[in-house]
Design a protein. Sequence first.
Length: 153
Amino acid sequence: MTPDYLQLLKEQVSKYAGTLRDVIILAPVYAVLMFHLQHDPRLAPQHRLWVEAAIGYLVSPHDVIPEDEVGPYGYLDDIFCCAYVADRIAEELGWEVVEAGWTGDGSALEVSKNVLAREQELLGYAGDDVLRFAGLEDLSEEAERERTRPSRT
């Protein structure tokens, strides 16, 4: 991710005054976070693949909600994808790993959990499509199995 891309992203979202602005302005914050995580030595190769998938989704002009067609509103799916990856990495490595690269207001934990809790408001029923497009559907299915697995206590 080049500084030019990040600057363009900041400019695009800073001018946005429409619906869900509180989430859309997070696009550059999540871009910086993903770039930071990509270079974090604490991440295993599997985690790095998740981060690279999120970065690929973020820079793709033809995703579930394309920015080329709807402007900055199209970053909602990208933000969801990045928040999902941040949450999954934190589940495995701890939030301190994610917080180390967080540049936004509030904590990465609070903001990411809020974005994920608002999935339907942000994306309707397209959350699974976003994860599938990013190549993260297996990760989503694995998380669901973990949530529904009986505890071994």
